[in-house]
Ligand binder design. Structure first.
Ligand SMILES: Cc1cc2nc3c(=O)[nH]c(=O)nc-3n(C[C@H](O)[C@H](O)[C@H](O)COP(=O)(O)OP(=O)(O)OC[C@H]3O[C@@H](n4cnc5c(N)ncnc54)[C@H](O)[C@@H]3O)c2cc1C
Ligand SMILES: Cc1ncc(C[n+]2csc(CCOP(=O)(O)OP(=O)(O)O)c2C)c(N)n1
Ligand SMILES: [Mg+2]
Length: 570
């Protein structure tokens, strides 16, 4: 059958089970947009191509599939760069499709020409320039395979305008993709397995670390079975939140820079770390020279380049986490680690039982109250998508996530502006979920134009703005490390209630603690999207904090006597 490259593109996407794409049209991608009308694909018109990439990313993280974004050449393509880098750092599978100028003018500085495969080479798992319609079907198939297999990541397909317009005979190939040099299914030897199992069964003070890879491989159940059988407490990375039930008795909480104090202390005392699908980011380890000095380390990861990258490990098990752990599980013996669990409990002191909601109302509104109340009112069932900054860390501390993929956040790149579009993408992947974008007043202003996308698509994504009048996380660093010199962090914002109304949405400002629960309840009851502007204390800080590069147990704690509130971790 003869088809244009544009038609082949959409048919290939349909064959990959794509139902929704996020995009923005322009000259070089117009043939594809024209052909799109013939295919059963929902196109969501964004307001900025960065938004399209974050939506694709949120779609992938929430639903577990591959997200798709589409844009024109030149500025359309370069606007995607931040979203692609965000997906790369957090191993999120997205496919970005860009139009390119006609192949015969490539290299001539043609109108809206950018070498986007060159630009995105270091921030994609793989990318392609397609100049002939005959190559479109195979490329799309490969791109999806690369994006989702092994360690997931972003793939870009740049298609010239002439390749979209020209026709060719098309034959669909249903055979498995084979790419020379790409081996996503490596396996460790039996000898390595044996060493790992002996170490686990013999450990007295072991800790399991669960990372994003637990979610990506669907290993939640097997991790839990191992932890319960061997009585090993579990700590998680920011991106691992949701991989182990928050209120499980073996759950210790988040590790690292803003992790729970007792988790960081326990890491420094442990005799064995079992790192499952996490990559020892510098936010996690602090000073590498003094990191977990008493512990042997076992690292399970699908990407062998992660082994010994930051932390030297004793045993490295390559492979899909679930597959590896299912092999290990039958050989794990039941363990009594009550002494170790008691020691960690001691490290907690009475801090774990302090409930900030019981502290007297000082008349001020704190972000911690807002997030804790959001957790209570939604009964922990919301799908929360955060932006980047203090509110992101407070979310990690105060919203208890019992289920995987219920917290979506930009960890590795720390991309402000991520939350609103990623929440929109998440809503398309999970239409029945109660989706909340939790944003700072700074990051929200980077991508708030996507409120128009919410309005046009008539979707219900509620937005909670933690409005502290500052680029709060940077202000906190200035307070701690730059002598309180607040260079360029005080922040003027528009009236967010009026902004919501200008988009045809509803807005509400909350200034008192007593207004938080009614505000959240009203937002939930309303049929359309609601923007809640929580005007919180301006100079509150996130505690504890391990200063960048400091030893993990050298944490800055909330000053005492406590002038404000305790964090859950204090
Ligand atoms: C302001 C700010 C503060 C932060 N503070 C903290 C903090 O205090 N604590 C913290 O933890 N993080 C913090 N972060 C996040 C941090 O920067 C990292 O993003 C995070 O620690 C990475 O978590 P991860 O290693 O679990 O996930 P990723 O970076 O996504 O890594 C996942 C790992 O799993 C592997 N993997 C993927 N699929 C599989 C599979 N199928 N099988 C096996 N392995 C697989 C990958 O190869 C990779 O090594 C902060 C971020 C920001 C922006
Ligand atoms: C795109 C981008 N620019 C700059 C930064 C650096 N940065 C990290 S947190 C932060 C402040 C965020 O302020 P806000 O959105 O108000 O959130 P808050 O910390 O106040 O909760 C900044 C500027 C970043 N992470 N991303
Ligand atoms: Mg702020």
């Amino acid at each position: 059958m003869t088809r244009t490259g544009a038609q082949i593109l959409w048919e290939a996407l349909v064959r990959e089970d794509v139902s929704t794409v996020f995009g923005y049209p322009g000259g070089a991608i117009l043939p594809a947009y024209d052909a799109m009308l013939e295919f059963p694909i929902k196109h969501v018109l964004v307001r900025h191509e960065q938004g399209a990439t974050h939506m694709a990313d949120g779609y992938a993280r929430a639903g577990g599939g591959v997200g798709v974004a589409i844009a024109t050449s030149g500025p359309g393509a370069t606007n995607m760069v931040t979203g692609i880098a965000t997906a790369m750092l957090d191993s999120s599978p997205i496919v970005c499709i860009t139009g390119q100028v006609p192949s015969k003018v490539i290299g001539s500085d043609a109108f809206q020409e950018t070498d986007i495969t060159g630009v995105t080479l270091p921030i994609t798992k793989h990318n392609y320039l397609v100049t002939r319609p005959q190559d479109v079907a195979r490329t799309v198939k490969e791109a999806f395979y690369v994006a989702k297999s092994g360690r997931p990541g972003p793939v870009l397909i740049d298609i010239t305008k002439d390749a979209q317009q020209a026709s060719c005979e098309v034959e669909w190939d249903d055979s498995a993709v084979r790419l020379p040099g790409y081996r996503p299914d490596l396996r460790a030897t039996e000898e390595v397995y044996r060493r790992a199992i002996d170490m686990i069964n013999g450990a007295k003070r072991p800790l399991i670390f669960t990372g994003h890879g637990v979610m990506l491989s669907g290993a939640m159940d097997v991790v839990r079975t191992i932890a319960e059988r061997a009585n090993i407490p579990v700590a998680m990375t920011l991106l691992g939140i949701g991989s182990f039930p928050a209120q499980h008795e073996l759950n210790l909480g988040m590790m690292g820079m803003h992790g729970e104090a007792w988790v960081n202390s326990a890491i420094q005392e442990a005799d064995l770390l079992l790192a499952f699908g996490m990559r020892f980011d510098d936010r996690v380890t602090g000073n590498l020279a003094t990191y977990a000095p008493k512990a042997k380390k076992i690292h399970v990861d699908i990407d062998p380049t992660e082994f010994n990258k930051n932390v030297k490990v004793d045993v490295a098990l390559t492979g899909d986490l679930r597959t590896v752990l299912e092999e290990i599980l039958p050989r794990i013996t039941e363990g009594d680690r009550s002494e170790w669990l008691a020691a960690i409990n001691q490290m907690k002191g009475d801090s774990a039982v302090k409930d900030i909601q019981n502290l007297p109302d000082s008349g001020h509104l704190y972000a911690a109250h807002v997030i804790h109340d959001l957790w209570r009112v939604t009964e922990g069932n919301a799908l929360v998508v955060t932006d980047v900054g203090q509110h992101q860390m407070w979310e990690a501390q105060y919203y208890k996530h019992e289920r995987p993929r219920s917290l979506i956040t930009s960890g590795g790149l720390g991309t402000m502006g991520f939350a609103l579009p990623a929440a929109i993408g998440a809503k398309f992947a999970c239409p029945d979920a109660e989706v909340w974008a939790l944003v700072g007043d700074g990051g929200f202003q980077m991508t708030m134009a996507e409120l128009a996308t919410i309005a046009q698509e008539q979707i219900k994504v509620n937005v909670a703005i933690v409005n502290n009048g500052y680029l709060g996380m940077v202000r906190q660093w200035q307070e701690f490390f730059y002598d309180r010199r607040y260079a360029a962090t005080p922040l003027l914002s528009p009236d967010f209630v009026k902004l919501a109304e200008a988009y045809g949405l509803s807005g509400m400002a909350v200034t008192k603690r007593a207004g938080v629960v009614p505000g959240i309840e009203a937002a939930r009851d309303h049929t359309g999207a609601v923007i809640l502007d929580f005007k919180v204390e301006q100079e509150d800080s996130v505690f504890p904090m391990v200063p960048a590069g400091a030893d993990l147990d050298q944490m800055i704690r909330r000053p005492s006597p406590n002038p404000i509130v305790e964090t859950a971790a204090d």
